[in-house]
Ligand binder design. Sequence first.
Ligand SMILES: Cc1ncc(COP(=O)(O)O)c(C=O)c1O
Length: 390
Amino acid sequence: MSTSWKTRLIHADVRVPEGYRSLAAPTFRGSTTLFSSASSVSDAWNQYETGYTYGLYGTPTTLELAERIRELEQGYRTVITPGGQSAISLINLAFLGAGDHVLLPASIYGPHRKLADNLLRRFGLDHSYYEPTVGEGIQAVMKPNTRLVWCESPGSITMEVQDLPAITRVAHANGTLVAVDNTWSGGVYFDALAHGADITMQALTKYVGGHSDLLLGSVTVKNEADWQKVGATHQELGFAASPDDCTLALRGMKTLAVRLAAIEASALSIARWLADRPEIERVLHPALNSCPGHEIWRRDFTGSSGVFAIVFRSGTTKEQVVAFVDALQIFKIGYSWGGVTSLAVAYDLTEWTGRPNYQHRIVRLNIGLEDTDDLIADLERGLRKMFGYA
Ligand SMILES: Cc1ncc(COP(=O)(O)O)c(C=O)c1O
């Protein structure tokens, strides 16, 4: 068929050589995917069964990342979401309905708490918070309509390591599912599914991405029935992830082991140095016995990553804590950890209910890949400044 150059701009008749074998995963972008005939058109979300139907449900790049995460976590299927928070929303919306009750640890990631307090409540979902170190005592806070128990181990900011096997034993005896936010372990230092979880999620934004330049999340399930719920809800919510970000995450995965090993060693040296400082009351690092749940970390985890918190001694003022963070020069101030840059953020837990009484005296650190001695010197600078001896 002879066509105008205008048509050929869109429907070209060219060939390039096949068989290019790159070590890098190609980036497949796309909304429309083509069907071979009118009768084969379908809007099915399960690309593993139907083949590709629409970019929203995954391109080969998105699905490759999903499969890589699934393989690492030893799950049945994984879906990729536009960020960690959307992975959290997806799980809540896939497994809960009006009239159901969900249990959240009091140490849950802040925006997850907001989701439960606001949007989920507006749609008729009841929730309550439990002490993260509760273990089998979770039975006392279960309700007849508790459909889901969330764990986040260690918890955000206050770092409690949770007894997942104990919690899942009780939850399963009540016919209740358990979901775990497994972001801190990078999905590799804690095998949450093997320890009883039914569903795991990670903010791939953190260690898998590893360079503070992307936002992605993952949800992994253990069986076909849960996969059907997650996949259908993912379609209905339209939680498409960027294939470009997936390519970056696939690249990040290749160096995850070496980054985590270096970060772990540096974070441990820094945490131990801080534990010896008289200005500091407590170091909340899961690998130190000053952290609630340390013995569970020893039992269940195979390593530690680079996020932990320090609590200044009683009597330290909020102004001093702020002066400490402001005096740091290598540590930057910012959210979203897991990258190569060390970060420090001061929190004020005075208004939080049911939390340990650390008030304004707590600072969360994210250890990156800078030289450990330089980071220690930076922290020492902060301590001198805050207590006015420099
Ligand atoms: C434990 C935890 N879960 C989930 C998230 C949310 O991830 P994202 O920022 O990709 O939405 C974060 C982000 O800080 C987090 O710390």
